[in-house]
Design a protein around this ligand. Structure first.
Ligand SMILES: Cc1cc2nc3c(=O)[nH]c(=O)nc-3n(C[C@H](O)[C@H](O)[C@H](O)COP(=O)(O)OP(=O)(O)OC[C@H]3O[C@@H](n4cnc5c(N)ncnc54)[C@H](O)[C@@H]3O)c2cc1C
Length: 466
């Protein structure tokens, strides 16, 4: 308890875990401060729909202040957490977007849910060529790149260069990669099919590249097979056992183990492989001596606290949890884990304040869902394996249910209904976000087949992250 007043709880991160923690504390006798470097909560499971023009950014995000406007004990601070002083029980803050931040923020209890970001397996140079869809900013870059590739192909006289513009490579066949490839397939085969005069968007090549033996490795093999078939129906070619060994401005190089790396000319690559925990996890590990695994996750105790610091909780994508026998367990990096942990941390804070006993965190696994374009999906719900339309409906219901904000739910239902009826996508905008696409080597060398003054379509900003 703070000497001056009510117990101060600081929550870092207004994502899935942090938001739940604050929601469960807003009626407790505590003073809550939510710190995030963004002023909005982002519903990450639908960012790929923004990347493909199916939804607009505002429909999958919600201002954090608006969520808590009626809760007088909740304060929202837009700032980046730069470091922790666990002895003084203070956070060190940094300003974002030029918004001045107070240098420090004191707490009695700290809950950290900083999430994760895509890692490029040590090839940071790939990031500039292969944008990802975890952040809203990056999803907008992908949207611009996808749509501008069709625009560029429409004006390209050289068939080889045109083919490269119409080749889309998605790296990583987890749920995001599968959903992304399916959406690009739908965009090319369905939405855009009548929009161009020189090219036929249906001839676009969409490749889903996966180093493992099948798509959706977290699902049972029978559902992976069904997902693969649905992808093929959408014109997606799945390349399994294929390791990406190079990405540059003119394409992707893959190694399928045959000893002959294959070069795929492509101007649009989307990255959906490999996730690393927020750097806040590593810092907490350093400060407390707690183990950090290869994916950067810090190991927390069964009650989600850091060793020797019962007042500091860490949760969500950035942690692995010790079970009651002391073994570290990696839970799936999905929203329900973070949400349940956020609620658990809040409940533990409340129990402690009321001097009630607490029990270790236990994850209740409700199942696994993925969608593959229009009216197709797969679901594994407690051993019940669903596919096709019913899995897709389940996916729709769950995503609408968890979307933050009543208005967003209504808007998304309307949007999806219109898109379903018209096969359209209302947010197919090429915007300036992401700035210029890096020019290819041949263009730099002036080999533009007489089109040296051709304008480059908008593209990616190299400094994107989570
Ligand atoms: C493209 C994509 C699709 C996904 N689809 C699904 C799905 O369909 N179903 C599912 O269950 N899960 C899905 N996930 C996973 C799910 O989004 C994550 O598991 C979940 O967001 C983890 O919650 P979290 O609270 O740990 O982190 P996040 O929700 O990522 O929240 C972290 C928050 O911390 C803030 N933050 C980070 N560092 C700092 C700092 N230093 N200072 C201040 N603020 C900071 C960030 O701005 C962010 O708001 C998907 C993820 C991605 C990327």
């Amino acid at each position: 308890m703070s000497e001056q007043g009510p117990h101060r709880v600081v929550v870092v991160g207004g994502g899935f875990g942090g938001l739940q923690a604050v929601q469960k504390l807003r009626r407790a006798p505590v003073e809550v401060t939510l710190v995030d470097r963004r002023n909005f909560h982002l519903f990450q499971p639908l960012t790929y729909q923004v990347a493909t023009g199916a939804l607009s950014p505002g429909e999958i995000s919600y201002p954090l202040r608006a969520i808590f406007k009626r809760n007088r004990n909740v304060r929202v601070l837009m700032a980046e957490v730069a470091d922790f002083d666990l002895d003084r029980r203070e956070l060190l803050l940094r300003s974002v977007y030029g918004v001045p931040a107070q240098p420090t923020l004191g707490y009695d209890t700290l809950i950290v849910s900083g999430g994760s970001h895509y890692s490029y397996f040590g090839h940071e140079d790939w990031r500039e060529h292969a944008a990802e869809v975890k952040s809203l900013e990056s999803a907008l870059v992908v949207r611009s790149r996808l749509l501008s590739a069709f625009e560029a192909a429409e004006q390209e006289p050289d068939p080889k260069v045109r083919a490269a513009w119409l080749t889309f490579v998605v790296v990583g066949a987890g749920p995001t990669g599968v959903e992304m490839a399916g959406q690009i397939g739908e965009l090319a085969r369905d939405t855009l099919r009548r929009d161009f005069r020189t090219i036929d968007p249906r001839t676009a090549r969409i490749l889903l590249v996966e180093a493992g033996e099948r798509v959706l490795t977290t699902f049972p093999p029978s559902l992976s097979t069904k997902a693969e078939r649905s992808l093929e129906r959408l014109g997606v070619t799945v390349l399994t056992h294929a390791m990406v060994i190079g990405i540059d401005d003119e394409g992707v190089t893959i190694d399928d183990g045959s000893g002959n790396p294959e070069r795929i000319p492509s101007r649009t690559v989307v990255w959906a492989a490999g996730v690393t925990a927020s750097s806040l996890a590593g810092r907490l590990g350093e400060l407390t001596g707690s183990e950090v695994d290869r994916a950067g996750r810090v190991t927390v105790e069964p009650d989600l606290t850091l060793p020797g610091h019962p007042e500091v909780f860490a949760l969500g994508d950035m942690v692995r949890v010790r079970d009651t026998s002391g073994e570290p367990v990696v839970l799936p990096g999905v929203a329900p884990v973070a949400m349940q942990q956020g609620r658990y941390a809040a409940k533990t804070v409340r129990a402690r304040l009321g001097s009630r006993p607490t029990s270790p965190f236990h994850y209740f696994d409700k199942g696994n869902l993925a969608t593959i374009g229009r009216a197709a999906g797969v679901a594994d719900i407690k051993g019940l394996k669903l596919s096709g339309f019913i899995a897709w409906m389940t996916w729709l219901f769950v995503h609408i249910w968890y979307l933050v904000g009543f208005q967003n739910r209504v808007l998304v239902i309307i949007r999806w209904s219109i898109s379903f009826a018209t096969h359209g996508r209302g947010a197919r905008l090429i915007t300036e976000s992401g700035a210029e696409r890096p020019s290819s080597a041949s263009e730099r060398a002036g080999k533009g087949e007489g089109h040296a003054d051709r304008q480059q379509p908008p593209g990616v900003d190299p400094s994107m992250r989570q």
